[in-house]
Design a protein around this ligand. Sequence first.
Ligand code: CA
Ligand code: CA
Length: 283
Amino acid sequence: MKKAVFFSVVLFLFVAPALADPNVVIWVEQVGDTNEVTVNYDMNGVAGEIRAFGLDITVDSGAIVYDACEFEPNYWVYPGSIDINEEGGIDDVGSPIADGNEFPGTQPGLDSNGVTIEMGSLYVGANSPPSSGVLLSIFIDSANDCNVVPAGNAARTGSESPSPGIVFKNWWLWPHVYFRPFRFIAGPQGCACLGDVSSAVASGVPDGKITDDDIVYINSLLVNFGGRKRTIASSDSNFDLCADVSSAVASGVPDGKVTDDDIVYINSRLVNEGGRKRTITCP
Ligand SMILES: [Ca+2]
Ligand SMILES: [Ca+2]
């Protein structure tokens, strides 16, 4: 018994300084000028300290969260919807986005002003999740600037956790959690004219008009891989805000990535005139 107490004290002395105030930070951040917002965590250098997250991410000013992706693979356990069979096998891993109709206190889900996230990890020791990183990305559709607010969802993590929405490995250290909101800036910034990315097939400098040269230039960015063109995510160094003009071949709404759909959309606007594509002058 004395040994157990001694080791607990020694463990506390070694671990506690690493968890000095502020212990854990959860924050959100817009990716450049895009409609992507990353949800980030920092365990202050203690890998694996957070065993599970139960978070609400909400937006205001009429904005909606229309997609979520790029989930941190170390937090792949989705307790709200995982389906485990009688043999203990997993029939369905489920979804990190909680069902808004499941029980009170849950955000409505995608295509609304809020989502509830449930993500847990079973990994320990050297395999523990990194001490900081991106937990997931959400995508926001908003005509106006809006606040993106992360918060703990106490109902998802139970009363044993000292901080609502977070399950700690070393709960007895009572780490503090700080949630930091972010002001999302709506609309394209730094792009005067969607679709105008180049003045010639290889320049990459906008010239105030949309022509076939812009299409050829975007096409050159989408290098073929096995016959399929790649996707340029907003985090990619080749991402060009002005090249993201559409989410589908006919939508005309940017979606935070450049794909062949953007090319098809621009092409559809350049109506053929006597076999030659027209020029669209930027406003
Ligand atoms: Ca151009
Ligand atoms: Ca696009």
